[in-house]
Ligand binder design. Sequence first.
Ligand code: T1G
Length: 678
Amino acid sequence: MSKVTTTREGEVLVVTLDNPPVNAFSTEVRNAMAAAVDEAANDEGVKAVVIRAEGRMFSGGADITEFGKPPVHPTLPELIDSIENLDKPVVVALNGTALGGGCEIALGCNYRIGIPATKIGLPEVKIGILPGAGGTQRLPRVVGVEEALPIIVTGNPVSSKKAEAIGLLDRIVAPENLRQEAIAFAREVAGRSEHPVSSKRTDRIDQHDPGVFKAFREKNARRLKGLDAPARCIEAVELATQLPYDEGIAKEREFFMELVMGDQSKALRHVFFAERQAGKIDGLPRDAVPLPISKVGIIGAGTMGGGIAMNFLSAGYDVTIVEREQEALDRGVGIIRKNYDATARKGRMSAEQVDKAMGHLTTSLDYQDLADCDLVIEAVFELMAIKKDVFGKLDTICKPEAIMASNTSYLDVNEIAACTSRPEQVVGLHFFSPANIMRLLEVVRGDRTSPQVMATAMDLAKKIGKVAVVSGVCHGFIGNRMLAKRQEQASELLMEGARPAQVDRVLTDFGFPMGPFQMADLAGLDIGWDPDKTSSSSVREVLCERGRRGQKTGKGFYDYDENRQRTPSDEVDAVIADFAVKSGKAQRDISDEEIRERQLYPMVNEGALILEEGVAQRASDIDTVWVNGYGWPPHTGGPMFWADTIGLDTVLAGLEKHGMEVSPLLRDKAAKGETFNG
Ligand code: T1G
């Protein structure tokens, strides 16, 4: 079946794209589309054209899997030019999302009609490139510079309402009438002598405020620091205001080729496909179909319990939260409401949506109220004895087919499962704080967890908007186990003379949102600290004993002012120096390079061990964990992809230079010149 078909509706030629799952403009589609344009051009009976698509969206854009390969003609720019140069009006019918090349095709048409669910965007910057089929030159000509810049530089789509308001959509119709309305629109304009041609328009672009580019660059400088694509995006739009269309498009092509061959785009494309691959479980039996889940129980209304509940409430599931005391329950529900109100204030949810979500929430002090839940997630204190007690109770209450999940972030899921009569129904669902925001979900597969429970967990993760990654059972699973290696080195480096600010700066320069000591201050230094048992046995203990428990006490590894601005602390430096003397470690000046190597290389090595042990299915899963859960800069691809980029022999040499452990897998792959991501 051809991916592009044409049908005649009187004098209108209807061109239909059908290339599931996302109607990507692959080589085959472009060829077939070019043939349809020729058909329209050569058939005198055709007075107008409608371009439409089958499926749940108009198009996800160019076929990203073809990037990096030699271009095959007609390229997307050539196809769009042929549509724009057709001497008959073209109406595009956007039956849903139109992204990247899909949006650029629409910009090449004379008229655009959509439905309420239509979203239009140019997300290329998210994969480290810029719109390469005229988007940077046509969009500002259609919607003006002020509207085009954020669309292109953020990569976030606009709604149909916004698109209509800025002139990107001409009409919005009911989904069931889209095809007919598009044909009627085509007939209506067929009689006109002139039609709007995006590349020739100047009416919008001439009106722009010349200072807009400087202001935009300044406003976004911090967020875009170190990223190649956004800078080129801004430059291309700026050139659209300064150069004739043909010269502007030539610059766009030049920037596109430079970026698509660059390391940042390769890394971001890796992250794109890694996230999608992560959702797949190797070797999952075909009959392992997801169980139906409609009612979810959550034990614990603390920070994690509340955040986890919000994911399900927002997705329309009925949720019952159980706590031991009414006061804790009220506090937890209060925080959920407060978080929703904050989201609504930011315009990301309507008041109706908040009420609807809260309407799905039930609270209880009685485990019995969980008896008819399809899934129960435990989010209680991180102590094995408490976890076992909870699962022991759940085992006597939950219905046979119920899934019992633990939100533990470190503990042995097998040991937890073993205290039930149905370990095959037990799985780890490790959410990340704040759980209603963080996209990552580690799905921890116990030795006895059934394939159906795994399939259900992965399916559910997608439904609540999470990026799920399968992890086997080990201490700290994938993310925290690797994080421990970095934290270990960070503490060591302090003993040898580095300062918290230096260690943190090396990681923020690398692209992390914050370093280990900033993170510790944000999370609180007293996690796991017991004032009754404290014994000044570590820098952290001494800081806690001195009331330096992090941002919440206005001081931790740093001092904080009323605006939470941090400054290094002489008191902390003195505590560190004192411990260094006790540890017999000579203090010395340590280079940024050494700090970076000693924090990042051991993580890569631990990743290799995790692969060897089969705790992670694939190296790209480890990258997905770190990019979505721990702030690893996506434009470097994640720890394993980054190691591949700099060379495993470099990582090996660095580990040996610092006298660190080297995993057999890393040593072997380095010797063979191989990579983790194949
Ligand atoms: N090319 C190739 N494969 C794609 C693809 C694309 N553009 N988009 C999605 N897929 C695959 C994806 O890997 C997955 O495969 C399946 O489709 C379903 O995707 C010249 C140069 C469209 C919002 O950046 O954001 O146009 O895992 O699970 O959640 O300027 O996919 O099943 O084997 O994500 O419903 C610009 C990328 C391209 C958009 C749908 N476009 N895609 O989300 O499904 S560059 C983008 C998305 C470009 C021009 C330039 C999302 C989606 P598999 P999915 P979804």
